[in-house]
Design a protein around this ligand. Structure first.
Ligand SMILES: Cc1cc2nc3c(=O)[nH]c(=O)nc-3n(C[C@H](O)[C@H](O)[C@H](O)COP(=O)(O)OP(=O)(O)OC[C@H]3O[C@@H](n4cnc5c(N)ncnc54)[C@H](O)[C@@H]3O)c2cc1C
Length: 501
């Protein structure tokens, strides 16, 4: 295939983060190249949980349907303590067209993303390693190395490092990235399990020797991830019989494993980079944040970094914005990365605590956990909060410098329900359409709550049905300016004939 002659950016790394960015560049008509040092797509399952916000991002290309068809939807997370069911958290409260978690091995997701990229007209350049780069006037000069050490130098305005936790792009920028390890060691097993219960539940088995989690892939296949007993050699691979024994001890179930695809020791740690950008080089995904897999946020957060960057690069390339549009990328995504690390850290520590890693007596720990789970299982509100957090639907950029409002105190009020920096909620309109399908993801959309006529260049205008006012906290006239990534950039109840955009 012909290489893009004048790429606007080079994407280094074709994991989920780089692939998402490439798909979005393709869709937005931005010339790019994407390279990866591997000889082809990854064969390892690695991440396997995809949440509603990611599926919403896939929606515009139709990738959502392919991914949902290939994956196994999870409708609840159940917890057990020493074989006794403690409670269940339903995921049905996720406010999205996808009110579930989706289990799909990362290798399958990447395969579907590559297929979609090719359908859109793009492709990955495999066997192509990023070596080094230097900033030049209005761009970056990048050295790539192809098979047989054949070197190539290219120049383009931007370089985006999506090259994972050991990112060479980040190292080139000399950004510190020292991870803090968790004390526990884990084992990961992908196989066929004759699991006795429904496959639409994720099960967490808490046990004094350590937790064990079962992720069903569907059709009898799945992954178990378990914490090793204290004192065990973290590097030694257990045999299949030993894994079956651990499952028996921690779940009370005699489960037979077959068709074992992957057994791997697994250590976890967390770190967030001190910067996500230096000049014309930007970083996304594991290259800038790594954390515990508890909550399954890793790959999702990386793809959402790429999405946050994609609409900015799209507007910039098409000269609908100036370079300052890139300024808030780091501020917004660093905020999210820190929140994700804190959330997965809390989840990990709760799991560790129940596994005996605490000074509290076991009976007290069990009681605390039971009480916590009981309130979560019985409160719809708490379940809604928790599941929307897991699904990354509640990620917001409130208080960051790229979002704002003008509130006229004399006009009918705007409530605090939906603030600048919030995601426009998933809403079915009276005519049956989904609001998220009407928002423009290539330019801004203005949601108008008024009968006055409004015209603004390069902005899609959407006059909102009055019945939707309550969802936006609007009592009189108002407008909400929505970014291409569906976040509210600006809101006002100020007069509508003088718009700021
Ligand atoms: C064993 C394991 C289990 C995991 N389980 C989970 C889980 O259950 N849930 C979860 O959310 N996350 C999990 N993760 C983490 C998840 O896999 C990552 O968050 C995700 O892969 C990050 O995607 P990425 O695209 O940012 O980086 P990566 O997937 O690491 O992709 C980076 C790409 O860059 C390429 N590259 C690197 N250097 C160069 C270079 N110099 N030149 C060219 N290309 C380069 C690499 O070949 C690679 O293809 C797991 C990870 C592992 C290893």
């Amino acid at each position: 295939m012909e290489k893009t002659e004048k790429p606007y950016l080079l994407i280094c790394g074709a994991g989920p983060t780089g692939l998402l960015l490439a798909m979005e560049m393709q869709r937005r008509g931005v010339p790019y190249r994407i390279v990866d040092k591997k000889e082809g797509p990854s064969q390892h399952s690695k991440a396997l949980g995809y949440w509603a916000r990611t599926l919403e991002i896939f929606r515009k290309t139709g990738l959502d349907r392919a991914v949902v068809d290939a994956g196994n939807p999870i409708h609840a997370v159940s917890s057990y303590y020493q074989n006794q069911k403690l409670g269940e958290v339903s995921l049905n409260q996720i406010n999205s067209p996808y009110p579930f978690g989706l289990i799909l091995p990362q290798s399958d997701l990447e395969r579907l993303m590559i297929q979609k990229l090719e359908e859109l007209g793009g492709y990955v350049e495999w066997n192509t390693r990023f070596k080094e780069a230097k900033e030049i006037e209005n761009g970056v000069e990048i050295t790539l190395s192809h098979l047989g050490d054949l070197e190539e130098t290219i120049r383009c305005p931007y370089l985006v490092g999506c090259d994972g936790a050991k990112s060479s792009v980040r190292e080139m920028l000399h950004l510190p990235f020292k991870a803090t390890p968790y004390p526990d060691a884990f084992v990961l097993v992908d196989a066929k399990f004759d699991w006795p219960r429904a496959e639409d539940q994720l099960e967490g088995h808490l046990h004094p020797d350590g937790a064990l989690i079962h992720f069903p892939f569907g059709k009898g296949r799945g992954r178990i991830l378990y914490m090793r007993k204290k004192g065990e050699d973290p590097h030694q691979l257990p045999s299949v019989a030993q894994v079956e024994q651990v499952i028996k001890e921690r779940t009370g179930e005699k489960i037979v494993l077959s068709d074992v695809e992957w057994i791997s020791p697994f250590g976890i740690h967390h770190v967030v980079s001190t910067a996500f950008r230096k000049g014309r080089t930007l970083l996304c995904g594991d290259a800038v944040h790594v954390h515990s897999p508890a909550g399954g946020q890793g790959a999702n957060t990386g793809m959402q970094d790429a999405y946050n960057l994609a609409w900015r690069l799209g507007l910039l390339y098409h000269k609908r914005a100036d370079e300052s549009i890139l300024d808030t990328y780091e501020e917004e995504r660093m905020k999210v990365a820190k929140e994700v690390v804190a959330f997965s850290d809390q989840l990990t520590k709760s799991i560790e605590m129940i596994g005996g890693r605490t000074f509290l007596p076991k009976a007290v720990v069990k009681l605390l956990f039971r009480l916590g789970l009981k309130s979560l299982s019985h409160s719809k509100k708490l379940q809604e909060l928790f599941s929307n957090k897991l699904a990354e639907i509640s990620v917001n950029y409130r208080g960051t410098s790229g979002v704002s409002e003008t509130v006229d105190e004399a006009a009918p009020r705007l409530s605090q329900k939906l603030l600048p920096g919030d995601l426009v909620p998933h809403l079915r309109l009276p005519n049956g359409e989904e609001l998220i399908d009407l928002l423009d993801d290539q330019q801004y959309t203005l949601l108008v709550f008024s009968t006055k006529k409004v015209e603004v260049e390069n902005v899609r205008i959407l006059v909102m049905d009055p019945s939707t006012k309550e969802h936006f906290g609007v009592t009189g006239e108002a407008f909400f300016l929505v970014r291409p990534d569906r976040y509210i950039a600006y809101r006002s109840n100020y007069f509508l004939d003088k718009l700021p955009c």
